[in-house]
Write a protein of this length. Structure first.
Length: 112
């Protein structure tokens, strides 16, 4: 009985740590991307500067995406990455994506 209780506690702690790590590692962004700059694309979850450059190069070579799923044609963007970014990708309109995470040294301001 004591051993199984200990295992349950360990599992709960591991799950809590993993969830906290995921919550704190996600970039805080808002808005959408269409034909965006490398800097804007790099804000997408799981996309860094290198993959953002790949997306821009792909678009320059192949033209704009016909469907949101077409972004998976870019080398390095698979199913898991697509699931993270699909809600931020649009086919029409302007790119409005921006980081809402305060930069180092910047404090979040409270509405008064």
């Amino acid at each position: 009985m004591d051993k199984s209780f200990g295992v349950v506690i360990v599992v709960i702690v591991i799950v809590a740590v993993c969830q906290a790590k995921l919550c704190f590692s996600v970039e805080q962004i808002e808005g959408k991307v269409n034909t965006a700059t490398e800097t804007q694309i790099a804000l997408l979850p799981g996309i860094g500067a290198k993959l953002a450059a790949e997306v821009v190069n792909f678009l320059a070579t192949n033209g704009s995406f016909k469907t949101i799923e077409d972004i998976k044609k870019v080398s390095g963007v698979g199913g898991k990455k697509f699931e993270k970014i699909k809600d931020f990708v649009i086919l029409e309109g302007e790119s409005t994506i921006k980081s809402t995470k305060p930069t180092k040294g910047e404090k979040e301001t409270e509405a008064k």
